[in-house]
Design a protein. Sequence first.
Length: 414
Amino acid sequence: MAQLDLRAKLGILADAAKYDASCASSGTRKRSSEGQAKGIGSTEGMGICHAYAPDGRCISLLKILLTNSCIFDCHYCINRKSSNVRRARFTPAEVVELTLSFYRRNYIEGLFLSSGIIRSSDYTMEQLVEVARSLREDHHFRGYIHLKTIPDADPLLIEAAGRHADRLSINVELPTESGLARLAPEKSAPRIEGAMAGVRHKIEDRQDARRRYRSAPGFAPAGQSTQMIIGADAATDRDIMTKAHGLYDRHALRRVYYSAFSPIPDASAVLPLKRPPLIREHRLYQSDWMLRFYGYSLADISAAADPASGMLPLDMDPKLAWALRFREHFPVDVNRAPREALLRVPGLGVKAVNGILAARRWRRLRLEDIARLTRSVVKLRPFLIAEDWRPVRLGDRLEVAPPPPRQQLELFAA
Ligand code: SF4
């Protein structure tokens, strides 16, 4: 194989990494090299370059694979063993050098590093850990590091990864065990969840130790996350949210990312030919938000889905879908209702609800007060009672649902 220069490898391995959705750096500890005798980087800065891949994914971190070679053959993955793609591989020293040079130019706020599996899970994990170790110990890098973790790797390697990285993630890949067995037969759902449970225990142990001894070493302070591929198998939105809810519950995940399956060249015949609509990914993120920040239960989210197909409606957000299905809970009186009821009003976010609760301690709120706290009071009106407003009845679906998308007519259609 011809030797590739660093720029050519970067082109291949950054492109190969764009299928990984989990690139957010939220939730880490604040840390900066400013004013320190040694070190470089900070997790605090804003204004660092946020790049977007052509398909719209955020790549604000230097997001690369160590290699896109892999000994596994997951059907949905462009890097699988049988895929006919150009292969490349960085050495750990090359990744360190790239990260530092990008950081010095203020292009990135940190590193997101994943990899295909080469030789064995342990060998691959050793290479990933070496990058993080060298950045932290040799170069005193204080920026953000997110390492993708190989579920079968030795627990000592996971331990070393968590010592250096802010966040670890283990991809659950598909929402159902049957989907995983069909599309990624070398992977095992119990092994993936076992690795997640191990990371959770380490995070909790270390948090506990640090409460007692400030000098206790940390472990993945930004927690762990995972990613699910949407639309590669027949799993419904209800299946996906059930899986996500279980993962949050069992492994205290910070985030579950949903990544719409992208058709890949020379794809296996077991995969669908078309990608699912991107709006489906968006609706799943909205449902995830409802679970984590709006007090909805899994049963509530399931009730927002179509009872027969188990799919969330694409033409309206799941909060509105739930409100229309349970009209008896509306309208909600903004001057009396508890926080939980206000959070269920379609169009009212957490910030707006906090604003309402603060403002109503001093006076009774009118519709114009709510308008100041939200983007569009028109959408909210059917669901609210204010001092000067009471809807006659909750409008039917057509009044509150968004208009159907416009379609471009074809000039020469038959
Ligand atoms: S193990 Fe990862 S990189 Fe390898 S084929 Fe499966 S999904 Fe792709």
